[in-house]
Design a protein around this ligand. Sequence first.
Ligand code: SAM
Length: 237
Amino acid sequence: MFPGPLGLSLAGKALATGLWTLEPIDIRAHAHDKHRSVDDTPAGGGPGMVMRADVLARAVDVAVGTDDARPRLAMSPRGLPLTQSRVATLAKGAGAVILCGRFEGVDERLIEGRGFEEVSIGDYVLSGGEIAAFVLLDACVRLLPGVMGKEASGAEESFSQGLLEYPQYTRPQLWEGRSIPAVLTSGDHAKVDAWRRAEAERLTRTRRPDLWAAHLGAAGKPEKARTRRANKPRRDG
Ligand code: SAM
């Protein structure tokens, strides 16, 4: 499955030029029976299969090594949710060892015994960890120096300042009766910045009250002012 979509576009170019590397490990190659089994039935009964701790440990120990200091991340819906700040930290680091589960998941002893941290990409269940790993890798790779063009910086994007990004527009000026907000074509950079900031705040407040509360908290605003501002009705929603 790898590099899959990460072999295309910006991530793919960066992979081809060595800005980042990927070493997929075939867990089955570390199985020890003739069927190359990596899973078995769940202890305690129930549906599905569980990935075996002994086979996974061999894959980790042989392919990764026991003294590899990179963070070990097991993709799992039970993990802490992946955030942009975690992505940024990972992108600045030495890389990561990523474990992609299948079936009902991974024997808990492997997670504990090999020091894996469970990471979730959202509150839904995928059939395998590979797509979750694509998400994690894509989010990290685009932040590596030299991957995004100069023009595309991560500094103003959603989450980077604790807010969602403001709406974006491009030509044509008029499309199906809808025009670009006049301020954006006014040439007045201060007004553009103010508009963008207000829109970012409006979108965050209405769509993501959790982020908005954290943003207000981080800004150190007093509780009364926070509530008044957050509840203030707006004609445009
Ligand atoms: N039985 C598990 C549970 O209920 O928590 C779900 C297992 S899921 C079918 C199989 C694998 O997909 C998991 O081991 C994990 O690697 C991956 N996966 C599924 N949903 C995920 C998510 N939201 N975030 C990260 N990985 C996920």
